[in-house]
Design a protein around this ligand. Structure first.
Ligand SMILES: Nc1ncnc2c1ncn2[C@@H]1O[C@H](COP(=O)(O)OP(=O)(O)OP(=O)(O)O)[C@@H](O)[C@H]1O
Length: 613
């Protein structure tokens, strides 16, 4: 509020000076506007104050009417001239300030100063308020920025949500479609269920019908089947009777066959001798050996003796021999085996059978007994084994059950060697021939291998050959100087008829039978030859003693005869092969072999009886 007294006709300049004084001393900090110190600027400020109607400028005081300044709160009427101490102009800002006498300029100035202070305070508080507002505005701006950023984020999210919404809308659309399809399918399903129920009802009724039908059919079928069963049972009974009858007949036939078979064997002789002539290296037969083609039983060795004087013609001396059968060089292994297969059959009938090959080295003993690996050149042992297992299989149909035990032993220098031994060479056990309580011959520590088929036996033969060849490498030509004895113990049981049989099939490849003179042996060789010749001549002696029915048979004189004791006695069937080499320089040995074989052939050992219980 500013009072301007009319009586105080001070110039505006003076007023400004007064105000400046006041302002300079008191209102320095009123506002930033008033900080300006230059006069012109200050004047313009005061003028602006006047224009804002708080102060009426003095150049307007002369106007007749008081002017209402824009924005002024109240404008009082100016006092007339001469009216002393009355205010010329009263501006009430609504504050209700005390009235001053016109002359009280000092009071007025003091009021003005109060007012200015008030304004200053107001300005200050406004400034503070302004600062606060600025702060809050900057905070608001910061917040605005944050809000803007957040808004951006939210917009981005909204865009994403919109996209998701679109996808969801698509899904919703699909789901709605599926739902409509489901509804359709449910309708279809309920339709089908209805149909199914109808079908079920139909089926139930048909099943009931079928059951009824079946029952009636079954009853009639049952009756028919029962009748058939009765007929079949009757038939089976009669067939069983027939089978039993036929079995009896078969058994009787088998027994008859065995009896006849044995009779034939007896007629043939319980010791039989076959002679086999090895072919010459180039094939054929030399002049000094003649075979009679008519009966295949005779062989003649012809020796031309030159005249010592030269005056007489050379004479030819014939040595005639006849045996159970003579096989020429062209005879095959099959032909040879056919002649002895009946003997092998006897082994299954419970007779001990012994077959051995005798002859000089290289005459074909091993070829005859073992042959080689090809089917057509297989010898007696593999063929006999095959036949035994075949025949055992056939007899099985008649209730026979067989067990077979194989062993393979070598006799060298009167020492026994296990040919089926598979242990370490330095741990080879020693062997002795023993007799059991039941008078059976057995060898201690020998491998007795239980066999069930042909292949197993062939495996054992291969093992024996391997064992023999190992010894052969260590000791030159050893196999020719040792006897090898393959034994197959056969035990048969016919539980149905409570019959048992037991026999041994013994197949022997004897050592070469060279005479001592020819070999001119010395040292170990002499020892070997003595052992071989001793055992071979003892074999002849034993056979002769058996033929002569002597009370004492010297089996124990050699390992060979002691081992073969069971197969050489009256209870056995023996076959001897005499193998001869056709070369002219073997004439002496051949003659010797044929003479030995002939002696054996002349022996008639008593009737063999089967080992049956
Ligand atoms: N009947 C035959 N047909 C064809 N080859 C034969 C016949 N006999 C023997 N051989 C052959 O003659 C050779 C001698 O035969 P083998 O070895 O059987 O005589 P070995 O009497 O057993 O002699 P070793 O006493 O030395 O054992 C062998 O090569 C054999 O294949």
């Amino acid at each position: 509020m500013v009072y301007v007294h009319r009586a105080n006709r001070c110039s505006v300049k003076h007023l400004i000076t007064v105000l400046r004084g006041c302002l300079q001393s008191k209102c320095v900090t009123m506002s930033q506007h008033f900080k300006e110190s230059d006069e012109n600027t200050f004047s313009s400020h005061v003028e602006s104050l006047y224009s804002s109607a708080f102060i009426v400028p003095p150049f307007l005081f002369n106007t007749a009417k008081p002017l209402r300044a824009a924005g002024a709160a109240t404008v009082a009427a100016a006092p007339s001239r001469g009216q002393k101490d009355t205010p010329l102009l009263l501006c009430t800002g609504g504050t209700g300030a005390p009235k001053r006498n016109p002359w009280d300029l000092k009071g007025k100035v003091s009021d003005m100063e109060d007012k200015i202070r008030n304004y200053q305070t107001k300005v200050k508080s406004l400034n503070q308020e302004n600062e606060v507002l600025k702060d809050s505005m900057s905070q608001s701006q910061t917040k605005m920025v944050e809000v803007e950023t957040e808004l951006q984020k939210q917009r981005t999210k909204i865009r994403e949500y919109e996209k998701q919404l679109q996808v969801l809308a698509g899904i919703q659309e699909e789901l709605e479609k599926v739902l409509s399809d489901k509804n359709f399918l449910q309708k279809e399903l309920s339709n089908l269920e209805g149909k199914y129920k109808v079908m079920e009802t139909l089926r139930d009724s048909q099943e009931t019908e079928l059951q009824t039908l079946k029952l009636s059919v079954q009853e009639s079928t049952l009756a028919r089947l029962q009748a058939n069963l009765r007929d079949t049972e009757e038939e089976v009974r009669s067939l069983k009777d027939t089978v039993a009858q036929q079995k009896d007949e078969l058994y009787a036939g088998e027994m008859e066959r065995r009896r006849l078979h044995n009779t034939i064997q007896e007629l043939k002789g319980n010791i039989r001798v076959f002679c086999r002539v090895r072919p010459l290296v180039g094939g054929g037969l030399p002049k000094h050996i003649q075979l009679t083609a008519s009966d295949n039983k005779a062989i003649t060795l012809a020796k031309t003796e030159e005249s010592h004087t030269g005056k007489t013609a050379d004479t030819q001396k014939n040595y005639n021999f006849s045996f159970d059968r003579v096989f020429g060089p062209q005879c095959s292994q099959q032909e040879v085996f056919e002649e002895i297969s009946l003997l092998v059959q006897s082994a299954l009938d419970g007779y001990n059978v012994c077959c051995f090959a005798y002859g000089q080295t290289g005459s074909g003993k091993t070829y005859t007994m073992e042959g080689d690996e090809f089917d057509e050149t297989r010898g007696v042992i593999p063929r006999a084994v095959q036949q035994v297992f075949k025949a055992a299989g056939k007899l099985g149909e008649q209730g026979w059950e067989f067990t077979f035990t194989a062993s393979f032993v070598e006799i060298y220098n009167e020492t026994l060697r296990d040919l089926l031994y598979t242990g370490k060479a330095n741990k080879r056990p020693e062997h002795e021939i023993r007799k059991t309580a039941t008078n059976e011959v057995t060898i201690t520590n020998l491998t007795y291998e239980r066999v069930t088929n042909e292949d197993q036996v062939l495996g054992l033969i291969a093992l024996a050959n391997q064992n023999r060849s190992t010894a052969q490498t260590a000791q030159n030509d050893r196999s020719s100087r040792s006897h090898s004895v393959f034994q197959l113990d056969i035990e048969g049981v016919n539980a149905g008829r409570d019959v048992k049989c037991k026999s041994t099939l013994c197949l022997v490849d004897l050592a070469g039978s060279e005479r001592m003179v020819k070999s001119q042996s010395q040292g170990d060789r002499f020892k070997e030859m003595t052992a071989i010749n001793g055992s071979l001549s003892n074999l002849g002696i034993v056979i002769a003693a058996l033929a002569n029915k002597e009370s004492y048979v010297p089996y124990r004189n050699s390992k060979l005869t002691y081992l073969l004791q069971g197969c050489l006695g009256g209870n056995s069937k023996t076959l001897m092969f005499v193998n001869i080499a056709p070369e002219p320089d073997s004439f002496g040995e051949t003659l010797n072999s044929l003479r030995f074989a002939s002696k054996v052939n002349d022996c008639v050992i008593g009737t063999a009886t089967a080992n049956k219980k």
